[in-house]
Design a protein around this ligand. Structure first.
Ligand code: TPP
Length: 343
């Protein structure tokens, strides 16, 4: 499918002046680039540790679930939130976790299942969150994070807070009954929540056309009476623009929106999956649309990112990641006596 088949109306730029201001600020544009690279490099490190059998390496408990090729969605969408807004992440939202303030240390503590991890070593990988930073914990049952997000949105509405929830999910999750109920309820009660659907073409090995009969999942929004848009998920600026518009709409009390971001999962479902069921040509096509490369080219064309800056951002991130791996590796594992301790 070519991107030309995407049907989308432009973001309402007149009503979205704040977003355009951010997208004109070199500092903010570079910050977005930092988060994109941080996400890619952090997950590359996770993959490296998963595949490296060196016994001196720290061991990842479980598998790595990566968002390679989809960073534009999680970073762009989370960047549209303000302080006090909440995130209900899916398992491909490392970028959003980073933007909302989770640290590399927290991620590696979680991956190594250490006692001081966000789940106290009781769970691993991306089953993570931090409610002190308004990040709900990811729930393994696909789509179940959305009704929890609705609950937070209802509480915010009840208290008169002007905050919004970002609810993230995938194309596979979008076929779950609970997701339809959540969107219907949110629309009826005009809850302050924005649904961001990453359509990465596969739910594990099931291609989109084998799980639902519409190509553009944003069409479903009409059935709930909310705005729906299909956008290019590999263009971080577009994601930011459209999600920002929806977030501000929700903040004004006008209810939820559904934003479908087209993208491609550039690998297996997890680090254990070689994805042999995906034709090589499909990866080749989408590789040319890499969200980080595209954004980097844009910044360079605009004279915002120099080669030196690029190298120094990379060096800073490498330092952050190595420090976090070393820190997490040396933290204690959980002990059985603490298992029943209340948290
Ligand atoms: C309710 C439920 N059914 C099945 C699974 C097993 N499962 C884990 S991830 C996944 C695919 C999810 O696909 P999608 O929502 O498109 O997200 P993606 O992994 O593509 O980002 C499935 C079926 C699950 N975790 N929960």
């Amino acid at each position: 499918m070519g991107l030309h088949t995407i049907h989308s109306s432009p973001a309402n730029t007149a009503g979205n002046a704040a977003a355009e201001e951010v997208l004109r600020s070199p500092e903010r544009l570079l910050e977005i680039y930092y988060y994109l690279l941080l996400t890619r490099m952090l997950e590359n490190k996770v993959a490296y540790i998963c595949h490296n059998q060196n016994p001196q390496q720290p061991i990842i408990i479980g598998k790595g679930y990566l968002s390679t090729g989809q960073e534009g969605i999680s970073v762009g969408a989370a960047y549209a939130l303000e302080s006090g807004d909440w995130l209900a992440p899916s398992h491909r939202d490392m970028g959003a976790l980073m933007v909302r303030g989770m640290t590399c240390r927290q991620i590696f503590l979680q991956y190594f299942a250490r006692a001081s991890s966000p789940t106290w070593g009781r769970d691993g990988n991306v089953h993570v969150g931090d409610t002190s930073k308004q990040i709900l914990f990811f729930i393994s049952h696909m789509g179940s994070n959305l009704p929890v997000g609705n609950g937070v949105a209802a509480a915010l509405q009840y208290r008169g807070a002007k905050n919004v929830v970002l609810g993230c999910f995938g194309d596979g999750a979008s076929s779950q009954g609970v997701v339809h109920e959540t969107m219907n309820y949110a629309s009826v009660f005009k809850l302050p929540i924005v649904f961001v659907l990453n359509n990465n073409r596969y739910a594990i090995s099931t291609p989109l056309h084998e799980q639902c009969a519409v190509e553009h999942l944003a069409l479903r929004a009409a059935g709930y009476g909310m705005p729906g848009k299909t956008i290019d998920g590999n263009n971080v600026m577009e994601v930011y623009r459209h999600v920002k518009e929806a977030v501000e709409r929700a903040r004004r009390g006008e209810g939820p929106s559904l934003i479908e971001c087209k993208t491609m999962r550039m690998g297996g479902h997890g680090t254990h999956d070689p994805a042999t069921y995906i034709p090589k040509e499909e990866f080749e096509t989408w590789k040319k649309r890499d969200p980080i490369l595209g954004y980097k080219n844009y910044l360079q064309e605009q004279g915002i990112l120099t080669e030196d800056q690029e190298q120094s951002i990379k060096a800073r991130i490498e330092g952050e990641i190595e420090e976090a791996v070393e820190y997490a590796r040396t933290q204690p594992m959980p002990v059985a006596e603490d298992l029943l301790k209340e948290r």
